[in-house]
Design a protein around this ligand. Structure first.
Ligand code: ARE
Ligand code: CA
Length: 477
């Protein structure tokens, strides 16, 4: 479950939050494929509750009603077309799998018309009935909801946010979930982000994932397992840890983004200590985790690990296409519930692309920003090489190479950097892919000269918009 199943030479996942399947299909073909992205994390594709108050919030997608593929993003045929087209473009699809729970404790209808009663655990669209949810027999809080994250049994057996908690110890529920995931594997998806994994017993997940079929051999080759990354918010201080989930896939490392944010927002450590971030900072081994700076929750004041202040930040590992990223003056999200850009009938708006490559019609596409997509390419070029030629010219002035393939310099505190540095790169003239693009052998940004000894002169004004220089052997002028 650890292999992301990227097409060769690709490495980065972008999250296209609440996009329609037809738009993701087009984005794979015209942008993500050509620009070297490995995969897209898509919003939950299965039928979920229609929440009316507030009106159609983004989070209704985290309240399953059935495993039929029908949401505002599209129907099953559109989903299948997207997966086929993206695989053809060399881009994988990872599905956000909500399998810990169903809806909140109320009655209503789902996006495909199925009825539900969350409190009684009645979901005829699956079907699940009262015996398929945990209850007073194994959850010992008065309202069978989670109150104490210090109690592992409670976190696993009680209701997260009042959401009907599935009895994953039962053969029936395990089978229904495995059927859903296998249906998606049959369509050609490459893997799953497992929502709320902390709230499921590792043994139950092991059983469910053990029922999964191999990926489609016509796309991935024979004998390939789905990629699994599990959402486990572990900032320390709770009994449930990331490590418990290493046996069933990778885990989301929330500490990584928080540490980086604390540094560049100058809340704690200085950048000069970054040379061994990762295991050296008591984080789990690289191959057990997925790293990112922000996710759909902490951009909206939900979830955990969000005290870092990066709500509107993006990362080259996980960026989003969603309109609701703006901050008010207090640093809070304007809309912690607002759903995607929509038409008068509440259908999701198309993503429209501007001539400058940015998205319009209410959408923001961080994955289309030059600094983002050029660093996706940087990552593809330097993949597999070690960190070398580490320089700390000041507390927040750092530079390093990735082997002899790429070199980056960063100023994080508004100071001026003016220094010579060993880059580890072959001599030549390189295109700084932060200030411009490398196009047809020419550079639209600043050119950086590396001499016969591998040295260069770095000049960065820390107050500029992008106080960063990045060069690599794939962009030599
Ligand atoms: C909504 C309403 C609730 C209501 C509920 C049921 O907001 O008031 O009770 O519906 O009617 C998302 C939203 C929720 C939303 C839910 C369902 O964020 O607000 O509830 O969808 O519509 C914990 C979990 C972690 C989880 C976060 C949010 O451990 O798994 O809470 N993250 C995932 C997704 C979310 C999603 C869900 C799970 C549910 O990424 O988008 O919720 O499917 C500490 C702990 C963390 C804990 C964190 C916050 O940091 O260590 O474990 O995270 O606090 O409580
Ligand atoms: Ca549970």
């Amino acid at each position: 479950y650890l292999d992301p199943q990227c097409a060769s030479g690709r490495d980065t996942v972008t999250h296209l939050f609440e996009w329609k399947w037809t738009d993701i299909k087009a984005e794979c073909e015209i942008f993500l494929g050509p620009y070297g992205y490995c995969a897209v994390q898509v919003s939950p594709p299965n039928e979920h509750a229609v929440v009316a108050n507030p009106n159609r919030p983004w989070y209704e997608r985290y309240q399953p009603v059935s495993y039929n593929i029908i949401t505002r993003s599209g129907n099953e045929q559109q989903f299948r077309d997207m997966v086929t087209a993206c695989n053809k473009a060399g881009v994988r699809i990872y599905v956000d799998a909500v399998i810990n729970h169903m809806t909140g404790s109320y009655t209503g209808h789902g996006t495909g018309g199925s009825s539900f009663d969350g409190n009684a655990c009645r979901f005829p669209g699956v079907p699940y009935g009262p015996n398929d949810c945990n209850g007073h027999d194994n959850c010992h809080t008065r309202d069978i909801s989670i109150h104490n994250y210090g109690n592992s049994d409670e976190v696993r057996n009680c209701r997260l946010l009042g959401l009907a908690d599935l009895r994953l110890g039962s053969d029936y529920a395990r089978g229904k979930i495995a059927d859903y995931m296998n249906k998606l594997i049959g369509f050609g998806v490459a893997g799953f982000r497992v929502d709320a994994a902390k709230h499921m017993w590792p043994g139950d997940l092991e059983n469910i994932f053990g029922r999964l079929q191999n990926l489609r051999s016509d796309v991935f080759g024979s004998g390939k397992k789905p990629f699994i990354y599990q959402e486990v918010i572990d900032m320390g201080g709770e009994p449930i840890t990331m490590k418990e989930y290493f046996g069933t896939g990778r885990v989301t490392n929330f500490k990584y983004g928080v540490e980086l944010a604390n540094i560049f927002l100058r809340h704690s450590n200085q950048a000069k200590w970054l040379s061994n971030i990762g295991e050296g900072w008591s984080m789990p081994p690289t191959n057990n985790v997925v790293v990112f700076l922000s996710n759909h929750d902490n951009q909206r004041g939900h979830g955990g690990g969000d005290s870092n202040g990066i709500h509107a930040g993006s990362s080259v590992w996980l960026s989003k296409g969603h309109e609701q990223l703006r901050l008010d003056t207090n640093g809070d999200d304007h809309n912690n519930w607002q759903g995607p850009p929509h038409n008068g009938d509440m259908s999701i708006k198309n993503v429209t692309i501007n001539s400058d490559m940015s998205c319009i019609n209410g959408w923001i596409c961080e994955h289309r920003w030059r600094q983002t997509y050029n660093m996706v390419a940087f990552r593809n070029v330097v993949g597999g090489t070690p960190l070398q030629n580490w320089h700390a010219f000041g507390d927040y002035q750092i530079a390093f190479s990735r082997g002899n393939k790429g070199f980056i310099a960063i100023v994080g505190d508004g100071s001026h950097l003016n220094a010579n540095a060993q880059t580890g790169l072959p001599s030549g003239t390189y295109c700084d892919v932060i200030s411009g693009n490398y196009e047809n052998g020419a550079c639209t940004g600043n050119k950086i000269h590396v001499d016969g000894n591998g040295d260069t002169h770095l000049k960065i004004d820390g107050n500029s918009d992008d106080p960063v220089i990045a060069i690599h052997i794939g962009a030599k002028v």
